[in-house]
Design a protein around this ligand. Structure first.
Ligand code: NAI
Length: 400
């Protein structure tokens, strides 16, 4: 089957990007060296649906070196990097993705990848699994299991499992210590601000930054905003997280209040309609909004448009919504995860651990699927310890 990508001639810069991240991914390098010899995935077909940039491409290559036959798609229309996709094709993967694909194309790409009839899947956000429980459920019987990268996908998986409808075992890679403690917190914390800063080219210091959600991602984003000199306000729905935010030194208030004060709004909740009509109505002229949660549903774009007289791009990845009363509100990266849609995602050193978790989760499925029921499993804890030890060794840090 032919790959579907934007342009194979873009491959050279994709190869350069992959080579760059390899320099900072000692855990994956270690795994690559070891498992390219033993090839545990030989004869197995794998589909990965993930943000298709250089770190993900390297994970894909590590699986291929370990014997897997790989088909890969993006997990968001704006996070695919076309040069990286082209480089992966040259490396022998089947790739179905391009940057800025329509919703229909996005579905087509997942279906094309599934046409390869995978044995193992790796999902990010739950769209691949949704297809395997919907229009492609006939393929589910071939699948020995898989793993899921992010909080939103894990929530969707647990809902399926609780309804008794999950068709194969899945590992919640997101819920491994070596994933969420570093990726969600420090990865999202840094890369979200990288995305916002490179997109706006504005100063963060002195601004009122409203962060919705004080979970793992929100904590990281708030910590880094504070370090950049912002005046940080947290909105939450969970009283315990709200108390935590207070003791971490932040102001906490409802969005109804925060909406009037904020200069920059950032959603990281995994929840719908966090910023909506009544909030847009009271925002200051020039207020900016971005989302780093998995789906583009946290800032209600339909409400935003309904209150606007015009919408126009004013800079790459920034749209101005001019309100009926003349105020201008700005939305970054169409409300899609700003760190990936307007940046390169998490730093390589962080994804090194997350993708170590992904590799060992897939290996665990490969070796143990016969004894795993169709529910959501945790990666065994000893693997967290092993990954942390490899990371420490790569940093030349010893412990007692
Ligand atoms: P989490 O479950 O640790 O935290 C979410 C927080 O949002 C919770 O404290 C919850 O009480 C709060 N919340 C829910 N609805 C709210 C509302 N309406 N207003 C205010 N607060 C609300 O989840 P985590 O791990 O922080 O992930 C958050 C989102 O970010 C998920 O969609 C996840 O998939 C995504 N994610 C994105 C990444 C990226 O690269 N941009 C990386 C990792 C996760």
């Amino acid at each position: 089957m032919e790959s579907m990508i934007r342009d194979i001639k873009l491959a050279p810069s994709g190869h350069d990007k992959i080579a760059w991240v390899k320099n900072f991914m000692p855990v994956l390098n270690h795994i690559d060296e070891e498992y390219s010899k033993t090839k545990p995935f030989a004869g197995k077909k794998m589909v990965i649906t993930m943000h298709l940039e250089a770190k993900t491409a390297y994970l894909g290559l590590v699986f291929m070196h370990a014997g897997a036959e790989l088909a890969i798609t993006g997990s968001n229309p704006l996070s695919t990097q076309d040069d990286v996709a082209a480089a992966l094709v040259e490396e022998g993967a089947k790739v179905f993705a391009w940057h800025g694909c329509s919703d229909e194309e996005y579905d087509t790409f997942i279906n094309k990848a599934l046409d390869t009839q995978p044995d193992i899947i790796i999902d990010d956000g739950g769209d691949l699994v949704a297809h395997l429980h919907g229009d492609r459920k006939e393929l589910a019987k071939n699948i020995i299991g898989g793993s899921e990268e992010t909080t939103t996908g894990v929530i969707r998986l647990k809902a399926l499992a609780e309804a008794g409808k999950l068709n194969f075992p899945m590992i919640a890679a997101n819920d491994a210590y070596c994933k969420y403690l570093f990726d969600n917190r420090y990865g999202t914390g840094q890369s979200t601000w990288d995305g916002i800063m490179r997109t706006t080219n504005l100063v963060i210091a002195g601004k009122n930054v409203v962060i919705s959600g004080y979970g793992w991602c929100g904590k990281g984003a708030a910590m880094r905003a504070k370090g950049l000199g912002a005046k940080v306000i947290i909105t939450e729905i969970d009283p315990i997280k709200a108390v935590e935010a207070v003791f971490d030194g932040f102001r906490v208030m409802p969005m109804d209040e925060a909406a009037k004060i904020g200069d920059i709004f950032l959603t990281l909740t995994g929840c719908k309609d966090v910023i909506r009509k009544e909030h847009f109505a009271v925002m200051k002229d020039g207020a900016m909004m971005a989302n780093s949660g998995h789906f583009d549903v946290e800032i209600n774009k339909i409400d935003l448009m309904a209150g606007a007289v015009s919408k126009r791009p004013v800079r790459k990845n920034i749209e101005e919504y001019k309100q009926k009363d003349g105020r201008k509100l700005y939305l970054l990266a169409e409300g899609r995860l700003v760190n990936l849609a307007a940046g390169d995602g998490h730093p390589a050193e962080i994804m090194d651990l997350s993708f170590g978790v992904q590799f060992f989760s897939a290996l665990h499925i490969l070796n143990n699927h016969q004894n795993m029921d169709n529910s959501v499993h945790l990666m065994p804890d000893e693997i967290n310890m092993e990954l942390a030890n490899i990371k420490l060794a790569s940093l030349d840090i010893a412990i007692d």
